[in-house]
Design a protein around this ligand. Structure first.
Ligand SMILES: Nc1ncnc2c1ncn2[C@@H]1O[C@H](COP(=O)(O)OP(=O)(O)OP(=O)(O)O)[C@@H](O)[C@H]1O
Length: 228
């Protein structure tokens, strides 16, 4: 499956949002969406998941439009347990109990499955958020700042999950402020700044084109933050 984003613009007040974004997403590819606070990453993600509509431009899907999504923050009912929440969502998304338990194990919440979410730490809530996004169908997997609140062990586990999804032929698109993570696991990068795509392409092509040795240098150079 391929997703094409053609000249997509979404303007909020003061012209912020996303301006004339164009790129193509391919199967079996991990794409990192990077950019400063307010650059437009979440806006672009909301456009991709059809939570908002573009003012102009279009997003064209070559195949069915099913996707899975991990928002940057997801409030769960505090009085329910992790198992109950996955069970409810599993019924909606037709995911077997066995698969629900496998996912709980993958995100390290199997032992805590009978604890109420109200007793969860921030990292545990984020892992439950990851778990809900791993359920269901769809060949586009979108994650908005998935490392938020995760400790180094769980960031390492998240990397494994994303690489595994890629091996299964998924398109994995995630936003992040961790440029080293983008460099480590992403095939390509979309660098947003003030709603504009400043650069897009494979990591190696960006490094070569900008004559830089790492993504941080590319980011500082293109966003003109060198020397700050
Ligand atoms: N619903 C909205 N109404 C008005 N302005 C908005 C809305 N959503 C986003 N914006 C503005 O659009 C711009 C891009 O915001 P967005 O949340 O997409 O950035 P981001 O790159 O995800 O930022 P961060 O790294 O801080 O999460 C910002 O200037 C923001 O204030």
């Amino acid at each position: 499956m391929v997703v094409q984003v053609n000249n997509v613009t979404k303007r909020y007040k003061q012209n912020r949002g996303v301006n004339q974004a164009s790129f193509t997403l391919h199967n079996g590819e991990i794409i990192a969406l990077v950019g400063a606070n307010g650059a437009g990453k979440s806006t672009l993600i909301q456009l991709l998941i059809k939570q908002i509509k573009p003012d102009t431009g279009e997003i064209v899907w070559q195949d069915n439009e099913e996707l899975r999504y991990m928002p940057d923050d997801l409030a769960f009912p505090e009085a329910l347990t992790a198992e109950e929440i996955l069970h409810l969502l599993g019924n909606l998304k037709k995911v077997s109990k066995e698969r629900q338990h496998i996912i709980l194990k993958e995100v390290g919440l199997f032992e805590a499955k009978e604890l109420k979410v109200g007793q969860f730490s921030k990292g545990m809530r984020q892992r439950l958020n990851l778990a809900q996004s791993m359920m269901g169908e769809g060949s586009l997997f979108i994650l908005d700042e998935p490392t938020n609140g995760l400790d180094p062990y769980w960031i390492a586990q998240l990397k494994k999950v994303l690489l595994h999804e890629k091996q299964n032929g998924q398109i994995v698109l995630f936003s992040t402020h961790l440029l080293s993570l983008a460099e480590e696991i992403a095939d390509s990068v979309i660098l947003l700044n003030d709603g504009e795509i400043l650069a897009t392409g494979t990591i190696s092509s960006l490094l070569e084109r900008e004559n830089c040795t790492n993504l941080e240098q590319v980011w500082l150079k293109l966003t003109k933050k060198e020397g700050l």
